[in-house]
Ligand binder design. Structure first.
Ligand SMILES: *Cc1c(COP(=O)(O)O)cnc(C)c1O
Length: 427
């Protein structure tokens, strides 16, 4: 494969780095096969959903204005409902991000005086303001929703005893975040989430269980909706958009819950009947179609990165052997130069903006400068290869995505090349 090695060299990867990567890749053969097998299953699941709902090119036509009788939009929502084995789904470009979809699901289903419980510790940063954990204009707290939280036990498992105590007559909705996001706890498997839902429903059967599914879609062969979640929520510029969705979010679940969310998204009385798809349907269908293989590529990249950097002595979460439940990989570099070099390598490998060099900056809302690498087709898309990290100890980079495994691989090799050139690592 001297030809391939030469091509990598043209891109700036030295033979030393190439061969180091090759050895690691060879050692991962079995794990990659297991990922491919899951992707194959999920591809069939998506195809089955598209065939059952008779997807046709008429569904790719654009609607405008109110968007009444948008056949494509309605069919896309049925396809999502089939993939998630749920009664209904809301899949819209008007859901502008994961945070927005989660906000609509929560605010559509909670009423003043209701209690919202997070039994899995602190939720994702942006939800703090949605809920009102951090005071914020328009938060659920301002609307009289009471928030309770039960932290995880020190070993990262659910504190069932205190969860039981926290559930009261007023508990209306339980929110469970599947991915660790940018936290250090483990990500939950769908099976673990199912056990937690069963526990909660055993105490209070009518409680609504919502799962923040961001970064988790198609990593396993089942989704939270298969284990009792009443609403499963995520972003289309992460896993299920397959890199092609230019915007959007989804809520899949029980019909009454999804309907209530839809009345919040549009207006009471209007619900799902309005909302033009503006010509985006084809990208949303096609992105979903590609999502299982795209997620497989991102997973291979994450596992490859964990193995490369663990071998070099860095602390990686998840570690090199752990079973994966989302696509995020954290690597702690211990010093700022290393984090910066890593992100610059990821950027240099990108299809878009490879010629710019990211620098740390003081981002609003953060207590330390943040460095970000993203050479993406869609702004902020984190199913595309991207990395970021705050410049403070332990100088950890959070790395995710890659529309193809080969691109993820180049990104990691390039990051290693930069670390070598800066004399931070030696091979
Ligand atoms: C990304 C993410 C969100 C928020 O999604 P945005 O699209 O960035 O608003 C929420 N929860 C988790 C776990 C996430 O990873």
């Amino acid at each position: 494969m001297i030809e391939l090695e030469n091509m990598y060299q043209c891109l700036g990867i030295s033979p030393q780095v190439f061969n180091f990567g090759k050895k690691i890749e060879t050692s991962l053969k079995e794990r990659f096969e297991a990922i491919d097998a899951r992707a194959e299953y999920n591809q069939m699941k998506v195809l089955k959903a598209m065939q059952e709902n008779r997807v046709s090119d008429i569904h790719f036509a654009a609607t405008t204005g109110y968007g009444y009788n948008d056949l494509g939009r309605d069919t896309l929502e049925q396809v999502y409902a089939s993939v998630f084995h749920s009664e209904s789904a809301l899949v819209r470009p008007q859901l502008i991000s994961g945070t927005h979809a989660l906000h609509i699901a929560l605010s559509g289903n909670l009423r003043p005086g209701d209690e919202l419980l997070s039994p899995a510790g602190k939720p994702y940063d942006t939800l703090e303001e949605v809920i009102g954990i951090r005071d914020s204009v328009g938060s659920l707290k301002e609307y009289g929703v009471i928030y309770r939280q039960v932290d995880l036990l020190p070993d990262g498992t659910f504190d069932y005893e205190n969860i039981r105590k926290a559930i009261s007559q007023k508990t209306k909705l339980v929110t469970i975040q599947r991915s660790k996001g940018y936290d250090t706890r483990p990500t939950f498997s769908v099976k673990q989430i199912g056990e937690l839902i069963a526990f909660v429903k055993n105490i209070k059967p009518d409680v609504i269980c919502m799962v923040d599914n961001c970064y988790g879609e198609f990593v396993e062969t089942i989704e939270p909706s298969d284990v009792g979640a009443d609403m499963t929520v995520g972003s289309l510029i992460k896993n299920p958009g397959g890199g092609l969705a230019p915007i959007g979010g989804y809520i899949a679940g029980r019909k009454d819950c999804v309907d209530r969310a839809s009345y919040r998204l549009s207006a009471p009385g209007l619900g799902k009947e309005v909302g033009a798809s503006l010509g985006l349907n084809q990208s949303l269908f096609q992105g979903l179609f590609l999502a299982p293989t795209v997620v497989a590529g991102a997973l291979k990249g994450a596992i490859f990165a964990a193995n490369v950097y663990e071998r070099l002595g860095f602390f990686v979460v998840p570690d090199s052997r752990e079973e994966r439940h989302d696509i995020i990989q954290a690597v702690s570099f211990g010093k700022p130069e290393a984090l910066i070099a890593f992100c610059q390598g990821i950027q240099a490998a990108a299809p878009v903006d490879s010629f710019v060099s990211p620098e740390p900056w003081d981002m609003p809302g953060y207590d330390a400068p943040v460095i970000m690498a993203a050479g993406a087709f869609v702004q902020g898309s984190s199913i595309e290869l991207s990395a970021d990290g705050p410049l403070k100890p332990p100088y950890a980079a959070y790395f995710q995505g890659g529309l193809t495994w080969y691109h993820a691989k180049l990104g990691i090799l390039m990051s290693l090349q930069k670390l070598m050139e800066e004399k931070i690592v030696t091979l």
